[in-house]
Design a protein around this ligand. Sequence first.
Ligand SMILES: Nc1nc2c(c(=O)[nH]1)N[C@H]1C(S)=C(S)[C@@H](COP(=O)(O)O)O[C@H]1N2
Ligand SMILES: [Mo]
Length: 503
Amino acid sequence: MAPDQQQRGEDESRAETDGSSLRDRYVERRRFLMAAGSLAGVGVLAGCGGGGGTDTDGSPTGTDTDMPPSTPEPTEEPTEEPTEEPTEEPPDEPEQPSLEERYPGLRILSPEPENAEAASRETYTDYINPREEHYIRNHYPTPSIEEAEWSVSLTGLDEEISLTMEQIKHDFATDSVTHTMQCAGNGRSYFEPQVGGNQWTFGAVGNTVWTGTPLSAILDAYDVDTSSGFLSVMGGEHPEGEDVFTRSIPMEKVMEDTMLAYEMNGSPVSPDHGFPVRLLVPGWFGCNNVKWVNRMHVMDTMVIGTDWEEEGAPEDGQRTYTHWQQYSYRIIPEEDDRATHYEDIPVYDTREQMERTDEIDNAYMYDQVEKSLIGYPEEGATVSPSPAGTIEVIGVAWAGDDAVETVEVSADGGESWNEAEFFGPVDSPNGWRLFRYVWEDPGTGEQTLHSRATDERGYTQPATIAAQEDQLRGIENDQYPWDQGGYGNNAYVPHGVTFTVEE
Ligand SMILES: Nc1nc2c(c(=O)[nH]1)N[C@H]1C(S)=C(S)[C@@H](COP(=O)(O)O)O[C@H]1N2
Ligand SMILES: [Mo]
């Protein structure tokens, strides 16, 4: 495979120097496109092609979150854009409260594109999180979409199929699943040396109920050959010229339980979470759950190679469909290293890929790794013991497609462990488990607790993140690999909680 030509350092300095001006331009461009009633690419994505990549994040911190294409400043403006800075606001865009006002339970990392995580550990004491407490992770600004005008196309077949939202909702089966959605970048802020991008701490994970149409029902209805291959699912929100957010989901998983979801906790999915329809891949990292889906392409391999890239890519940084599948969301140990691209891989479980580095150089973020979070006591809190002198510790644990077998809590930095008990509903193999541990002899003053989960296959959370120079590609010696994207961190030491016990 051709090595990735991306130069990360280049990306970062570019983002630092002109990120905000580019972002401003995208905001303007997006306003224009929405006013014109046509989001970039919506409904017209017949094949590949469609413009050069540009800065993909534009967060105020100035670094890209997920390794953007290295691209010079765009030289072309869309021809339909009359001026770079329209003087009038489109009249049909209603004023809405700020992200902060709309999501009081979230800590805002960037207002546009909208990125926000749970502000408090309290989120990790409940089985189901309210929609407003669920983190938001966007590469491009949330689009404003009319459900009646939206359609999802199914391509790569003899005939192109186009489905309205009404057809998706009412012509096929309906199902619900509880799913723990976690951004692959959750825990990134604990990496040392620090890596670029949104500095997620613990809060880019949430557990909600998703309702929609199983993809198996749709593919079966059209007699699609689902015995092998991939369904490459694309979002329709990218600004003109940007990489299309595309993820290739193996047919096996598509047919097992993947859905086109249109409800979250029993109400329509909100715009920030993918209205009117998003992909829901139970148990898999957030990035696979493509929002604002407008096209699904049946193919033999993942999106890879020049058929899915602009001419000259990736040297020109114009990757179009391959960027978010092949270049981003990979475990790449060296800062200037490149990911190896594959057409297919033998195993999709991220943890297993990390065990088989002889076959897969750079794991893809698919099925989630085991992880746990203490929700109570809250970080920095002061708590007093119960009448019996104990402190109750509450938290959540999940392991993607795999069930969590045990959760343990340590009060001595991981030297000794005590098993917690599970409580609460088990209504899905892909939702988190609540755990409870009664700490008998908490002492007084400042205390730190850690939790670690073990899944049904015996995989346990490692203690720490390895040093960058160790160049790990998988979990070894109780250490999670330092990787340049800051992905998949499930080390328990950085996720511990420190609080004060009152006399
Ligand atoms: N079209 C599209 N889908 C997307 C994204 C995006 O930027 N564009 N972000 C992905 C990432 S990285 C994550 S973690 C999840 C976040 O979903 P949420 O915002 O509903 O929490 O959406 C995924 N789907
Ligand atoms: Mo993500």
